[in-house]
Design a protein around this ligand. Structure first.
Ligand SMILES: Cc1cc2nc3c(=O)[nH]c(=O)nc-3n(C[C@H](O)[C@H](O)[C@H](O)COP(=O)(O)OP(=O)(O)OC[C@H]3O[C@@H](n4cnc5c(N)ncnc54)[C@H](O)[C@@H]3O)c2cc1C
Length: 335
């Protein structure tokens, strides 16, 4: 059995590791043209906090993705691997001045160990005159650490990595039993998928070791402490393909975060990054049989379109995608 995984971001790597776990005797190859700091995954703050509009094929399946993903990250957090994998626990507040529903989240209110309404005193912890708020405890996965950790684990398990850009699924170097398509925004061209839209984001990574708590405010403002840096964000620019850093976005992010926590004005800026979130109204995790003009057929399982929540949900959709692989091989899939 030989599986190919197209893509080496957080989705490709978690899918490749899940394949190795479910099919221990199979050969698994990752094919990708970008790795580590060149992926969108590297830009993410990595907090486990899905948006309430995140959607899989059904509500039930989506909730299962969340549960599986949280358990995966939380198991690593509890293990001795946590510092190597870049997984830690993080607590924080979501505030809003205007909209009570912003501070509620049906996916995680029951899943996280702590998710409760913020007290009146807690609404005063930050500048801004906050009216609504929630306090929660979750996981954070720092891709800067997790991507190389997962790659090493994959290679130690006997996996193979190939650097290659593919124009079509039939460009892959081998005849795989099943190819898993984990290409994020790359799937737009590979699948001709009009439903896949970039949502551009920009963040600052600053050194502020005195910030130990996460804060979200209105207008996509967030302060998320990670292992070495704190991520300040953000912006969400729908259908923008601009991967260049923008000084106006940077100024706006600084102003909003500095208003929230003025001590951040003293923080050294380590780097600023831009990423295009691969957004799809329904995240695509499903099988497809693809054929070309030469009569070649390829069994594909897609796993892309996670938008702003790919780190959160990666292990959940990876588990689901590999279950589809098993069904496909057993002849039980809907194809
Ligand atoms: C500013 C910002 C902050 C974010 N914060 C969070 C957060 O806190 N929590 C969270 O859960 N999510 C967050 N996200 C979202 C998260 O980063 C994405 O959902 C996730 O990275 C998507 O992962 P991916 O593996 O699908 O894509 P990518 O990381 O882009 O990986 C795609 C892979 O496919 C390969 N590929 C694509 N096309 C081809 C091709 N034709 N040939 C060969 N290889 C190809 C690429 O080389 C790459 O290896 C954030 C995103 C941004 C931009």
């Amino acid at each position: 059995m030989h599986f190919g995984v197209l893509g080496s971001g957080i989705i490709g790597l978690t899918t490749a590791l899940e394949l190795q776990q479910q099919f221990p005797t199979a050969h698994v190859s990752i094919i990708a043209d970008r790795f580590n700091e060149d992926t969108v995954s590297y830009v993410a703050a990595g907090i486990f906090r899905p948006g309430t509009s995140f959607m899989g094929p059904t509500q039930e399946i989506t909730q299962q993705w969340m549960t599986d993903a949280f358990n995966y990250w939380d198991d690593i957090r509890r293990s001795k691997e946590a510092p190597l994998a870049g997984v830690c626990q993080l607590s924080g507040y979501i505030y809003s001045r205007t909209t009570p529903s912003i501070v509620r989240n049906h996916f995680i209110e029951k899943l996280l160990p702590v998710y409760r309404r913020a007290t009146e005193e807690e609404l005063q912890l930050c500048h801004g005159g906050w009216k609504y708020g929630s306090f929660f405890t979750t996981c954070l996965t720092e891709s800067r650490l997790f991507l190389p950790y997962a790659t090493k684990k994959f290679l130690d398990n006997g996996g193979k990595v190939v650097r290659q850009h593919v124009q079509s699924f039939f460009d892959v170097p081998q005849n795989f039993n099943v190819l898993l398509n984990c290409t994020g925004m790359g799937a737009k061209d590979l699948c001709g998928d009009q439903h896949l839209v970039p949502i551009r984001g920009q963040v600052l990574k600053v050194r502020a070791p005195w910030i130990k708590t996460a804060f979200y405010g209105d207008l996509d403002t967030y302060v998320l402490p990670g292992f070495e840096t704190v991520t300040l964000g953000g912006c969400r620019q729908y259908d923008s393909y601009n991967t260049e850093w923008c000084k106006y976005d940077s100024m706006a992010i600084k102003e909003r975060c500095y208003n929230l926590l003025p001590s951040l004005k003293n923080a050294e800026i380590v780097r600023e990054c831009v990423g295009l979130r691969p957004h799809r109204s329904v995240v695509r995790v499903e099988p497809e049989l693809v054929s070309n003009d030469q009569g070649r057929h390829l069994k594909i399982v897609h796993n892309y379109g996670h938008g702003g929540y790919g780190v959160t949900t990666a292990p959940g959709t990876a588990k689901y995608a590999v279950k589809i692989v098993r069904d496909m091989l057993a002849g039980n899939s809907k194809l």
